[in-house]
Design a protein around this ligand. Structure first.
Ligand code: PEP
Length: 248
């Protein structure tokens, strides 16, 4: 049976003082829970996350990684650097990176490769825009995004990764996909992976992300192919994040 994972994406929010309260509450509230919890924090707060969470059941990670191992790439942060700060996870291909920073499927695949080379578990984000959903091409879009990674590094690499289906129209909008809408896409993603490797597909954790809140998490996580959540806004409020974890 696949374990449930609930990962927080803090985006570009936080301060040393606010983080300390949030991390301490999450760490205290997480002990004894069965679901795996993680927080993906801005780079400058990785050291703080490490010192607050080390020895606890809560993992931490980055929100982005360079597509190169090292070199003259001003402003970039490598997978090795994230690993040095104890990161277990890193987000790759979040829709905000794809839309606002022009990350192509190819770039995302290169980042995925670098994350794994550094021993990190990439959380690969996939999802369609509203126009793409309305145009009936959701399946084609997520298959293309996933295919770029499989082409670059092989289906077996997914046994060391997590996927997150995040419909762009549901991120930060308060509009959640219905449990059945999300389940349909999760099942499709798993079926696509199974076409290449059934064993990898059955073990693969596929998270749902997009306006998950304590009030809708239980129904979403009850679906057979939804293995937890990638949580933006609600991960900044310890009680909400822990309530979502309890739902998982
Ligand atoms: C996200 O940033 O990945 C996300 C899902 O955000 P929110 O939960 O705020 O929709």
């Amino acid at each position: 049976m696949r374990a449930k994972l609930v990962a927080g994406n803090w985006k570009m929010y936080g301060s040393l003082a606010a983080n300390l309260t949030l991390l301490t509450r999450i760490k205290d509230g997480a002990s004894g829970r069965r679901c795996v919890l993680a927080v993906c924090v801005p780079f400058p707060y990785l050291a703080q996350a490490r010192s607050a969470l080390a020895g606890s059941s809560v993992a931490w990670g980055g929100q982005n990684v360079a597509e190169h191992a090292q070199g003259a790439f001003t402003g970039e942060v490598s997978g090795e650097m994230l690993a040095e700060f104890g990161c277990r996870y890193v987000l790759v291909g979040h829709s905000e990176r794809r839309a606002l920073y022009g990350e192509s499927d190819r770039t995302v695949a290169a980042k995925f490769v670098q994350a794994q080379r550094a021993g990190l578990t990439p959380i690969l984000c996939l999802g369609e825009t509203l126009a793409e959903r309305d145009g009936g091409i959701t399946a084609a879009v997520v298959t293309r995004q996933l295919g770029a990674v499989i082409d670059a590094t092989g289906v077996a690499s997914l046994s060391r990764a997590v996927l997150a289906y995040e419909p762009v129209w549901a991120i930060g909008t308060g509009k959640t996909a219905s449990p059945q809408q999300a389940q349909d896409v999760h099942a499709l993603i798993r079926a696509r992976v199974a076409e290449s490797d059934a064993a990898v597909a059955s073990e693969l954790q596929i998270l749902y992300g997009g306006s998950v809140k304590p009030g809708n998490a239980r129904e979403l996580f009850a679906m057979p192919d939804i293995d937890g959540g990638l949580i933006g806004g609600a991960s900044l409020v310890a009680e909400d994040f822990l309530a979502i974890c309890a739902a998982a």
